[in-house]
Write a protein that binds this ligand. Structure first.
Ligand code: FE
Ligand code: FE
Ligand code: FE
Length: 184
């Protein structure tokens, strides 16, 4: 499709985030399940519900534009989710799994914040006040989720993971030759 108008670009970007949200709808339950902190699990579960509403809002926007609510594969979200899945397949203690989940989730939220931030601005430029309101509401939810994840990261109890790290360091002290190699 040749993009000539701002509205064409706006629709393309809506399709991208629509697909991204649908990918997240599938990934979030798995992330909630993998979380060991009950607060983190709850945060993922709550954001899953918000994600459902966000998808409904996007459908409303498509409807108003008289465009089919159809996504276009968001490769960035696919990549972020793939990284999260790869991390979850690693052997990690529960505390570190939570740290990794928070990191993966914040990367996702930041992608969404960038997308909805642009979309809300474009809606305003195009004079689509209703869209601006809907997209702005989602933008606030993504920002709030990001903030909550930062708070959870700050309140994580890393005692168990710290203990493990010290022991591992003693065990895994590399032979001298290798250390020199590593320092070069
Ligand atoms: Fe979202
Ligand atoms: Fe994308
Ligand atoms: Fe989100």
């Amino acid at each position: 499709m040749k993009l000539e108008l701002m509205e064409d670009f706006y629709i393309e970007e809506l399709k991208d985030i629509f697909d991204a949200e649908k990918q997240l709808l599938k990934a979030l339950p798995r992330m909630a399940e993998a979380a060991s902190s009950p607060e983190l699990r709850e945060a993922f579960e709550m954001h899953l519900k918000e994600t459902e509403e966000q998808i409904t809002r996007l459908k409303q926007v498509f409807k108003r534009l008289e465009e089919p609510a159809k996504g276009k594969k968001c490769k960035a979200m696919a990549g972020l989710i793939k990284e999260a899945e790869e991390f979850l397949s690693e052997d990690a203690v529960p505390e570190i799994i939570d740290v990794g989940l928070i990191t993966a989730a914040q990367k996702v939220e930041h992608y969404e914040i960038a997308s909805y931030g642009c979309l809300a601005t474009f809606a305003k430029l195009l004079g689509f006040a209703e869209d601006k309101e809907l997209l702005g509401r989602t933008l606030q939810e993504e920002k709030a989720t990001d903030g909550k994840l930062t708070m959870l990261a700050e309140s994580l109890n890393l005692d168990a993971a710290e203990g493990e790290t010290l022991e591992d360091e003693a065990e895994e002290e590399a032979p001298e030759g290798e250390q020199e190699e590593a320092m070069r």
